[in-house]
Design a protein around this ligand. Structure first.
Ligand code: PLP
Length: 390
């Protein structure tokens, strides 16, 4: 394929050149285990601690030792939720939002099998998690509330400080999955007061296979893995030093690029959705009334299957998603769009475009020109599409 237009950055991102550069020495030259006692292990050990300060700074954590390195966002989410529950054995109720990523959402079944009562807090008419509804869900039995910072499918930003304050007022811990927020909007754990926060390297131009969990000092959580004493006994397993070094560098760069994200990337996203909506009749932005991350748009093109659009775009070199990439493979309409009361057939026709700092004006122009004829061709074959003359 001559040209790839990559608009699936909520699924994963290209590793930034400067991130690759800082990682390489830890693969090729200073490859010692950071827990070893000899001098050769000193540099990897120091690099790990430097990355911890970079990640802590990226989310304004008070102390670097509040950061625990993990293998991915999914591990961070599971470790936070299972770990916090195990540390509070007397409490048996958990509140999750109805629009969580499968890394959290699918825990509801495992939790139920293990004797926990799980309540899903709904979203309001705009698609944002509703603080009043959360207040009603929490009981004295509630150990933990987990609500994502920004949604992976729609980009909708949740009122985290407000949700966290409600959880605390009612005596529950608060965890947030900020995998889609870090690098897109300012993330501040002190200003919001969250107890735990998950993030993932490969969504912010670091490699796959590395993530982090912020645990506020004093928050009691049981380690998820049994094994060695790495990460101050909070996450067993030899650290992925090169990946962690990459994550640290990516967090630092992400903070520097926040204003680019808010201006240049937002302008590209806004142009993309405006022109697509104008050129394609019966197309709608899902979640347009809410505050959204600047890089994401989720658009329904009525009367066409999202998968058919995705495959036609793939032939044209354009990468998008027809739902959460992590849940694709199943043709069930997205639980996120369904939780927003979007009818099945419209949820089935939704496409997610997610841009990044590497997206150019030319990429957006190419997508704007390529999509309308594809939708027209697919609609012409659709039994549900009625042209004005028919
Ligand atoms: N949480 C959210 C909101 C996500 O978008 C994703 C991945 O798409 C994850 C968690 C899982 O992260 P990872 O792929 O690092 O396990």
């Amino acid at each position: 394929m001559d040209r790839i237009i990559y608009m699936d950055n909520n699924a994963t991102t290209r590793v930034a050149d400067e991130v690759c550069d800082v990682m390489c020495p830890f693969l090729r030259e200073v490859y010692a285990n950071p827990s070893s006692m000899y001098a050769f292990a000193l540099e990897p050990h120091r690099a790990l601690e430097h990355a911890r300060t970079q990640v802590a700074a990226g989310i304004n954590a008070a102390r670097p030792d509040e950061i625990v390195f993990t293998s991915c966002g999914t591990e961070s989410d599971n470790a936070a939720i299972f770990g916090a529950l195990q540390a509070q054995p007397k409490k048996t109720h958990v509140v999750l939002s109805a629009v969580e990523h499968p890394a959290v959402y699918n825990m509801k079944d495992t939790l139920a099998r293990n004797g926990y009562k799980v309540t899903l807090v709904p979203v309001d008419a705009t698609g944002a998690i509703c603080p009043d509804a959360l207040a009603e869900c929490i009981t004295p039995e509630t150990a933990l509330v987990s609500c994502m910072w920004a949604n992976n499918e729609t980009g909708i930003i949740m009122p985290i400080a407000e949700l966290c304050a409600i959880a605390h007022e009612k005596g529950a811990l608060f965890h947030t999955d900020a995998v889609q927020a870090v690098g897109k909007v300012p993330v501040d754990v002190q200003a919001t007061g969250v107890d735990m926060l998950s993030l993932s390297g490969h969504k912010i131009h670091a490699p796959k296979g590395v993530g982090a969990l912020y645990i506020r000092r004093g928050t009691r959580i049981r380690p998820f893995f049994v094994g060695g004493h790495q990460e101050h006994g909070r996450r067993a397993g030899t650290e992925n030093v090169s990946g962690i070094v990459g994550l640290g560098a990516a967090c630092e760069t992400a903070v520097r690029f926040l204003s680019d994200e808010d201006t240049r990337v937002r302008a590209l996203r806004d142009r993309l959705e405006k022109e697509l909506i104008e050129r394609i009749p019966r197309s709608h932005i899902n979640g347009a009334q809410a505050q959204r991350t600047p890089n994401t748009t989720n658009i329904t093109f009525e009367c066409v299957e999202g998968e058919a659009i995705l495959l036609s775009l793939s032939d044209a070199g354009i990468c998008v998603s027809s739902g959460s990439a992590c849940s694709s493979g199943s043709l069930e309409p997205s639980h996120v769009l369904r939780a927003m009361n979007i009818p099945h057939e419209l949820a089935h026709s939704a496409i997610r475009f997610s841009l990044s700092r590497y997206t150019t004006e030319e990429d957006v122009a190419y997508v704007i020109d390529t999509i309308p004829p594809i939708i027209a061709r697919l609609r012409a074959m659709s039994p549900f599409w009625e042209t004005p003359s028919s």
